[in-house]
Design a protein around this ligand. Structure first.
Ligand SMILES: Cc1cc2nc3c(=O)[nH]c(=O)nc-3n(C[C@H](O)[C@H](O)[C@H](O)COP(=O)(O)OP(=O)(O)OC[C@H]3O[C@@H](n4cnc5c(N)ncnc54)[C@H](O)[C@@H]3O)c2cc1C
Length: 265
């Protein structure tokens, strides 16, 4: 289906983009367009204006600090992350980005777009919740930092408000991470997924079982299934999986991801 007519702007700075978004309630940021353009074609969203972030150089790139902390520009594509030497400091990032869809989607889709879309079947919201990422949100009033666990608010809803942008994602140092998913075909949409991280304590984030990633903190890998059960999941049913089957997958995948994480040195 063709797009409806829509205004288009391509600012070259964050301040200009924020001014455009703030001044027009119907304006939406455009990153890789791999979700937004599709929902516009399906008439599930019809913004009045697209504010294309592709002209803002400061929103791209990956920096590695001496202590191993990574700062990801939200406009970094999955393919750029896969090719980045810096991103290897946290290997799980490339391992998971390599599983997203196909080459076309990975060449266009961005880390920030994936997180801001917060589609419950996306790979990155549970991953970034598990690894304890911090999100920098910028608006006219300045910057604020929100932990990933508080960033995801609902389906397609995040802590980024109208007139704001996600401008950086900070990932702490660490290598003991795991990710497991059951997908529709190879590299397809997730039916259920789980990301785990052991940096000090064990943290697991479950995807596809609720509107936002569900984070659990088991004492050890041996109590992962108990912790998932105690979370009282009530996942949605659809043509791909019943609620009961998704809840079962969440337990299995959480344990799988946790065992991967603890096995890493
Ligand atoms: C065929 C196909 C298969 C796919 N399969 C998968 C999959 O298996 N797993 C997966 O995780 N994803 C999948 N996706 C989705 C893909 O990863 C998208 O790239 C991602 O969901 C959105 O990223 P984007 O850069 O394209 O963002 P866009 O579509 O441009 O934007 C998405 C949303 O985020 C907002 N936004 C973007 N950047 C910012 C920012 N910096 N600040 C504030 N708001 C912002 C936009 O306004 C919009 O609301 C698939 C997409 C397609 C087309």
């Amino acid at each position: 289906m063709l797009l409806r007519e829509v205004e288009y702007a391509k600012p070259s700075s964050v301040a200009e983009a924020v001014a455009l978004l703030e001044g027009n309630e119907g304006a939406r940021a455009l990153a890789g367009g791999q979700t937004l353009i599709n929902v516009m074609k399906a008439r599930a969203a019809s913004p009045d204006m697209l504010v294309d972030l592709n002209g803002i150089a400061g929103l791209k790139g990956i920096e590695l600090a001496a202590d191993g902390t990574l700062t990801l520009g939200p406009m970094t594509t999955y393919s750029e992350l896969l090719a980045s030497a810096e991103a290897k400091a946290r290997p799980i990032l490339a391992e998971v980005c390599a599983q997203i869809a196909d080459v076309q989607v990975r060449n266009r889709g961005t880390i920030g777009g994936n997180l801001c879309a917060n589609d419950p079947t996306n790979h990155l919201p549970p991953l970034f919740a598990a690894i304890g990422a911090q999100m920098t949100i910028s608006g006219r009033g300045g910057e604020r930092v929100v932990p990933a666990e508080e960033f995801f608010l609902g389906v397609y809803m995040t802590a980024v408000g109208q007139g704001e942008l996600l401008t950086a994602i900070t990932v702490p140092a660490g290598k003991k991470d795991g990710f497991a998913a059951v997908t529709l075909g190879v590299d397809g949409t997730c039916i259920a997924n789980a990301a785990a991280s052991v940096n000090g304590s064990l943290r697991i984030a479950l995807g596809c079982v609720d509107a936002t990633p569900i984070v659990v903190h088991p004492d050890s890998v041996d109590t992962v299934r108990d912790a998932v059960r105690a979370a009282g999941l009530d996942p949605p049913s659809d043509v791909h999986a019943s609620s009961e089957y998704r809840a079962h997958l969440a337990e299995v995948l959480a344990e799988r991801a946790a065992r991967q994480a603890v096995a890493k040195s």
